[in-house]
Design a protein around this ligand. Structure first.
Ligand code: C5P
Length: 254
């Protein structure tokens, strides 16, 4: 089984590159190897944020939830696939740009598209990433469909809507979905072990006034079969973010 630390993704939901770098510098040595770059940081700093994470040796989950006309989304997933890393080549004495780092891994290992964009858009999203990756001879990043936001309240339709969205994602050939922990077990049962399940809304304890409605603990997420757990504010707003990571890693079975 994959160790828990390889499943934790910390959301770098901050507004400057400096703050993002500060968190990577603290959390990478604590065991976090995956970071989410979402709309806040990407809007502020663009692909530089992705490059910064990659330069530190970590991988990026690019969560921009693409939702547009098929042609635009296909171009966007292609662009995300080909974000470059620059490294210093000591032999040449100069900076070289490549889509892979020294470990042969491209910076973006996973990205999101919104399933509300519909069948044609999802197909185009996948095509954009596949074609770009083939052209660059790199592995295709995982393309993940967002079903329903974890900030949406749970109602009698939630499970049905999430299941419908996930079925479309699976039929199109997407690699998996983002859903709440409360839907993860159903996803696993329905779509099997090859389907990637990403769950945000992870909480260590209850937070007053939380915008997230469908939350769960790390243990609940793992028990439900989640492959990747996205966690933001419980770590970012802690007095000692690295100790929160330690706490999580000690609490859950490895
Ligand atoms: O701070 P918090 O732990 O709530 O952060 C959760 C992260 O997961 C945020 O960056 C948010 O954009 C992301 N996310 C989510 N719900 C989804 C998809 C992504 O909360 N359905």
């Amino acid at each position: 089984m994959q160790p828990v630390k390889d499943k934790l993704i910390v959301a770098l939901d901050v507004d400057t590159l400096k703050k993002a770098e500060h968190f990577v510098d603290i959390l990478y040595p604590a065991g976090i190897k995956l970071f989410k770059v979402g709309s806040q940081l990407f809007t502020a700093c663009g692909p530089e944020a992705v490059r910064m994470v990659a330069k530190k040796g970590a991988r990026v989950f690019l969560d921009l939830k693409f939702h547009d006309i098929p042609h635009t989304v296909s171009s966007a997933t292609g662009s995300a696939t080909s974000i470059l890393v620059s490294t210093f080549d000591t032999a040449k004495g100069s900076i070289v740009e490549s889509v892979q780092d020294a470990t042969q891994a491209p910076p973006v290992f996973m990205m999101t598209v919104h399933t509300k964009g519909g069948l044609e858009m999802l197909k185009a999203a996948l095509r954009g990433a596949i074609e770009k990756a083939a052209g660059l001879n790199i592995p295709k990043p995982l393309i993940i469909g967002v079903t329903s936001l974890t900030s949406d309240e749970n109602n009698e339709d939630t499970q049905r809507t999430v299941l419908q969205a996930a079925r479309m994602a699976k039929d199109v050939g997407l690699d998996g979905v983002v859903c709440a922990v409360s839907e993860a077990a159903m996803m696993r049962k329905e779509f099997g072990s090859d389907f990637v399940i990403v769950t945000p809304g992870i909480r260590i304890k209850k937070v007053a006034g939380d915008d997230q409605q469908r939350t769960a603990t790390v243990s609940q997420a793992l028990k439900a079969g989640s492959d990747f757990l996205v966690i933001g504010r419980p770590i970012l707003t802690a007095k000692d973010p690295a100790s929160v990571v330690d706490e999580i890693l000690q609490e859950v079975p490895r």
